[in-house]
Design a protein around this ligand. Structure first.
Ligand SMILES: NC(=O)c1ccc[n+]([C@@H]2O[C@H](COP(=O)([O-])OP(=O)(O)OC[C@H]3O[C@@H](n4cnc5c(N)ncnc54)[C@H](O)[C@@H]3O)[C@@H](O)[C@H]2O)c1
Length: 378
């Protein structure tokens, strides 16, 4: 059977532009799907970078203004991988134009914008997905399976960390190309929206919604030079954030994130402690899941390391043979495969925009609590 074509336009040829382009090229080679993405149009403001990028990845056409994509009949889906402050306008316009919409995380600058985006995609009835790709790390998907199978029972504790170290030097400028993450006007927030949003999405997917939070944030370097203007500016993002959370199911949680943890490059970990067992995951050992089963005979009690590469493990029957690991880029292929399967079956993929709005609301409550210094309801 010939594949049904899904004509895609991708906006933003940076880091995520590469992971998504790779996913569009690979997905049909490893997953048997009715739909095949066509790399129809690549869009970026920077024309020189755009041309090179489009040629390298095989995008058929290019545009420097995303608005030109809206009326094009040869585009079915718009994928937004430009900085956070661009998401709302593009998504709302794309949905109104009847396009399917995919968007990188965090959904928006804040929940107000996020709500407008949810309203737009739901009103238009278009397929939508937010790329919280860590759900598609096979070991994390396996954690979800173990929890849903009741293997750890009632959850008491959730403990998440997301640590990096790339902004420690006061010489790192802020704003502009690649450094927009340090500029609150563009990013919305610092580590809360950039890193903890991932941890929150994973946590809520695994154990349910958050009731209330209390948080502290810090901005260690108070002034930086703006990359584009060369002027010294106040830094208004959160460099670090730690918060306590109470989940709707009564579980207690701690979340911590910073870009000032020397030696930590992208350490994303979580531990879940339940009545019958515990689970631990570390992205720096992404092919493993640690599991403790209290139901084992007492004399063999101990944490076991599951090498998540067998064909019985989530997604792994699409890749190599047992023992051969996969990596970061595969999580985007998995997300795309699930999105395409959702269109095929009519069973919408998750996380959708509404799920991502729930995460955004937790982020907003965290940032608010850091200011008010009291518990904030989500
Ligand atoms: N899922 C993940 O793990 C993950 C990882 C990194 C980034 N992200 C998210 O992906 C998005 C992009 O991040 P990135 O790291 O790829 O950024 P980046 O800085 O590497 O690339 C962004 C690109 O967007 C372009 N751009 C900016 N404004 C534009 C506009 N109005 N129209 C068209 N192009 C525009 C820039 O020229 C640049 O090429 C952000 O929302 C970020 O939070 C997600």
């Amino acid at each position: 059977m010939p594949k049904k074509k899904l004509n895609v336009a991708l906006i933003g040829c940076g880091f995520m532009g590469r992971t998504h382009s790779n996913a569009y090229l690979k997905v049909n080679r490893f997953f048997d799907l009715e739909y095949q993405p066509v790399l129809r149009c690549m869009c970026d403001l920077n024309e020189e970078k755009l041309k090179k990028f489009a040629e390298n990845w095989g995008w058929e056409t290019t545009e420097t203004d995303w608005r030109k994509l809206l009326d094009r009949d040869d585009i079915d889906a718009i994928d937004v991988v430009s900085p956070n402050n661009t998401h709302r306008d593009i998504v709302v316009a794309a949905a109104e134009a009847g396009k399917m919409v995919l968007c990188e995380k965090p959904l928006a600058i804040d929940a107000g914008q996020g709500q407008e985006m949810v309203d737009a995609v739901e009103k238009a009835g278009v397929s939508n997905m937010v790329w919280y790709n860590y759900r598609r790390v096979p070991a994390i998907t396996l954690a979800k399976q173990l929890i849903d199978e009741g293997r750890i029972g009632r959850v008491f504790h959730y403990r998440a960390k997301y640590l990096q170290d790339w902004t420690i030097s006061a010489d790192v400028p802020q704003g502009g190309d690649a450094l927009w993450r340090l500029d609150a006007a563009v990013a919305g927030s610092g580590v809360t929206g950039d890193l903890l949003a991932h941890s929150i999405d994973t946590a809520m997917w695994l154990i349910g919604g958050v009731d209330k939070v209390t948080a502290m944030t810090e901005t260690f370097i108070k002034e930086r030079t703006h990359q584009a203007t060369g002027e010294k500016q106040k830094v208004t993002i959160d460099d670090a954030c730690a918060f306590l959370a109470k989940f709707n199911n009564g579980a207690l949680a701690t979340f911590e994130s910073t870009r000032y943890a020397r030696g930590r490059k992208n350490q994303n970990t979580f531990e879940v402690n339940g009545e019958k067992g515990s689970i631990f995951f570390d992205l720096e050992d992404a092919h493993q899941l640690q599991y403790f089963n209290h139901g084992d005979d007492a004399h063999v009690h101990g944490w076991r390391t599951i090498l998540v590469t067998d064909s019985e493990h989530p997604y792994m029957d699409h890749w190599w043979v047992p023992g051969c690991t996969i990596g970061y880029e595969h999580t985007f292929v998995h997300a795309l495969a699930d999105f395409l399967k959702g269109i095929e079956t009519g069973e919408p993929v998750r996380p959708n925009f509404r799920d991502a709005l729930d995460t955004q609301r937790v982020c907003d409550a965290v940032l608010k609590s850091a200011k008010t210094e009291v518990w904030e309801k989500v």
